[in-house]
Design a protein around this ligand. Structure first.
Ligand code: HAM
Length: 443
């Protein structure tokens, strides 16, 4: 492209600073590029170097494995959505303060998805008549929220979304809560290390109505209750009395549905589940049971999961309602928790074998050997022929590749190779045809 990014213009709109790149005919000159670019990533998002990606893949593999065992199938969608998708039900705080929104070249307002629930509701509403309900769907999208980056909260995170559509009864809540519990234990966490807190929005609303509050007071109380766990008891009492009057005390008792969920889990021997009337959830679409999962150590005080029942969301697309229950589980918080409990796996390279080039003049033969082994299913990296044998071995070790073969004249002439396991120093000498079976002894 001969045209270059020449000049930036900033515009303030809806709390967001948008950057418009103006393309002009003037080519970029060396002088324009003289200032060094920062190597920092954009604030609050992460770069995944191979070791980080390894952990990320591990986390998502555990999630996938559990949800697929429960019969869930994967869907996906674009990170871009029309802004209006979030206007109805996502909740004021997220829409007004936390979305990344911009106007595209065709004057449409576009938002980087801050959550997946409106997207999945949109997809299901679009094909409601054809889809075979009940639907068990999952996805692991990256989401964007303009938050103040801090421990457990970033501007981009990946979030497992597990949603069950088409079941009205409490069986649906039981299933998704069972999945949430199974994910935690599959990561190696014990019941003492986390707690599932559940509440019921209907119960809270009834409690507030019975206390004589009007719609406006109820709405303000809901927002206050949502912040209850982050404030001290006196401040909560003072603020709630300012909204609801001096006699107001917030002390609802569990609903039948909550009691039923607690009983079923307790009967199955799972006791780290409790009623917590302060669990409200920030989104406006929840209609019944809501829940969050927390780590019990003081180090990580952010929710690991959040979810609940949202039976009315499809109605915003003009479709009939469809019962729905689901949750989101973020990658950032679970990673912190697994680190706290030392439950993250050590990095292992996906490469099985490193061929150390000890005879650079036979590079083509060595590359042919590598290809032969790849065809037999091994992942093989070649050493750098310009480096000494010792340096190539060190390189393999740094890359955490578990085994090396030093390939020199002798080895090629005799068709016999010594496989060295770097961690133990153990060596096995085998003929060329037996190299692959060394790695998969019992195919
Ligand atoms: P949420 O509570 O906003 O729910 O997010 C669910 C989980 O995603 C949180 O418990 C947390 O682990 C993680 N999370 C959220 N925001 C961030 C952030 N800025 N940085 C790191 N992690 C974060 C929802 O999004 C609902 N749509 C979930 C849902 C699915 N409800 C029904 N189905």
């Amino acid at each position: 492209m001969s045209e270059g990014v020449h000049r930036y213009q900033y515009a303030e709109k809806d709390h967001l600073r948008m950057v418009f790149f103006i393309f002009t005919a003037k080519p970029v000159t060396i002088a324009d590029m003289s200032e060094k670019l920062s190597t920092d990533s954009y604030k609050g998002v992460r770069d995944f170097y191979p070791e980080d990606q390894y952990i990320q893949d591990y986390i998502t593999a555990v999630m996938r494995d559990v949800v697929e065992r429960f019969g869930y199938v994967e869907y996906n969608a674009s990170v871009l959505e029309p802004t209006e998708l979030y206007a109805a039900k996502t909740g004021e705080e997220i829409v007004e303060e936390q979305t990344y929104t911009f106007v595209d070249r065709g004057d449409r307002s576009v938002t980087l998805r801050p959550e997946m629930t409106p997207t999945v509701a949109r997809m299901i509403a679009a094909r409601k008549r054809e889809l075979p309900f009940p639907l068990r769907w999952y996805s692991i999208p990256n989401l964007f929220r303009y938050e103040r980056p801090q421990k457990g909260r970033l501007r981009e995170h990946w979030q497992l979304n597990v949603d069950l559509f088409g079941i009205e009864g409490i069986f649906a809540e039981l299933e998704v809560l069972t999945i949430a519990h199974a994910i935690m234990t599959s990561f190696g966490l014990t019941d003492e290390q986390f707690v599932i807190k559940i509440n019921d929005r209907r119960l809270v609303n009834q409690y507030l109505r019975d206390a004589g509050l009007d719609e406006n007071q109820i709405h303000r109380m809901q927002k206050l209750i949502d912040r209850k766990d982050k404030m001290d008891a006196d401040a909560f009492r003072a603020e709630s009395q300012a909204i609801a009057g001096d006699d107001f005390v917030y002390d609802p008792q569990p609903s039948d549905d909550v009691t039923m969920v607690l009983d079923v889990f307790n009967n199955a021997g799972i006791t780290n589940i409790e009623f917590d009337p302060a669990i409200m959830r920030g989104f406006d679409y929840y209609t019944g049971i809501v829940f969050e999962i927390y780590d019990t150590s003081a180090e990580n005080n952010r929710a690991l999961f959040g979810g609940g029942r949202y039976d009315d969301l499809l109605a915003i697309f003009g479709e009939e309602k469809a019962p729905a229950v689901g949750f989101g589980m973020g990658d950032v918080t679970i990673r912190d928790v697994l680190e706290t409990y030392n439950l993250l796996p050590d990095y292992v390279s996906p490469t099985d074998l490193y061929l150390v080039v000890a005879a650079p003049e036979h590079m083509i033969q060595i590359a042919t050997l590598a290809n032969e082994l790849r065809e037999q299913g091994l992942a093989v990296a070649l050493g750098n022929p310009d480096k000494k044998v010792g340096d190539q071995i060190k390189h393999a070790d740094k890359l955490a590749i578990p085994t090396v073969i030093v390939v020199g004249d002798q080895e090629l002439a005799n068709n016999t190779f010594t496989i060295k396991v770097l961690e133990t120093g153990e060596e096995s000498t085998v003929v060329r045809e037996a190299i692959a079976s060394f790695f998969t002894p019992n195919p």
